[in-house]
Write a protein that binds this ligand. Structure first.
Ligand SMILES: [Zn+2]
Ligand SMILES: [Zn+2]
Length: 214
């Protein structure tokens, strides 16, 4: 199974409609995608729009997602629960990227909330974060997104050291960002991951994430 579980559409700051994203990923040979538009307390209705579309899409498997973004760490749990109630199947947390002023404490609060499936672009994660991510089964993201990807090598190293689960996503905002199987593999290799581990991350981890969210 090949997936991309971090994609933005016109419902936040992306350029494409979710239906076009789905069709292009079908053509690229993907099995499952999640549209994860930026969410705060003001726009949970985006999730409902995606639910409407989900009913009409056969392949790839269309997952209704949300990326909680710039949430005060003490409010992450509350917002995640609201997103679930609105129908989010996969919840991504906008982590402490090296290139954005994401509130300090976001990573650890997200891992501990037990509501977050994927911690996106977690930046300079610590040993403690990687250990907790393994304990709580939170997937740490290796990203093809420019800027966020500066710390891919660091994230891969810490995750491998502490056996925390990894996932490769695009964080696409535009047509040129969409993943292909080849690009996903390249991103993994660029992060310094061995080929065998990349195969597992690409083929097995998406299934595990879907299992945990169902
Ligand atoms: Zn993000
Ligand atoms: Zn994003």
């Amino acid at each position: 199974m090949i997936s991309d579980f971090h994609i933005h559409s016109i419902y936040s700051d992306g350029e494409l409609l979710p239906a076009e994203i789905a069709e292009r990923y079908r053509v690229n040979g993907f099995d499952a995608i999640a549209i994860t538009d930026h969410i705060d307390f003001s726009n949970l209705n985006v999730i409902e729009k995606l639910k409407k579309l989900k009913k009409e899409i056969d392949t790839p498997e269309f997952i209704v997602g949300a990326e909680l973004t710039f949430t005060p760490p003490q409010k992450i749990n509350k917002l995640a629960k609201k997103a679930r109630n609105h129908g989010a199947e996969i919840i991504v947390m906008h982590g402490e990227s090296p290139v954005e002023p994401v509130p300090k404490g976001t990573n650890i609060a997200a891992i501990e909330s037990e509501q977050i499936d994927i911690l996106a672009h977690p930046g300079y994660i610590t040993d403690e974060m990687a250990i907790k991510a393994r304990e709580k089964n939170v997937y740490l993201e290796i990203t093809s997104r420019c800027g966020h990807c500066y710390t891919n090598g660091h994230v891969a190293k810490k995750a491998t050291q502490h056996n925390a689960p990894l996932i490769i996503n695009s964080d696409s905002h535009q047509l040129k960002d969409l993943l292909t199987p080849k690009k996903a593999k390249k991103v993994g290799l660029g992060a310094g991951l061995p080929e065998k581990q990349i195969e597992k991350i690409i083929n097995k981890n998406p299934k595990k994430i879907l299992k945990k969210t169902k």
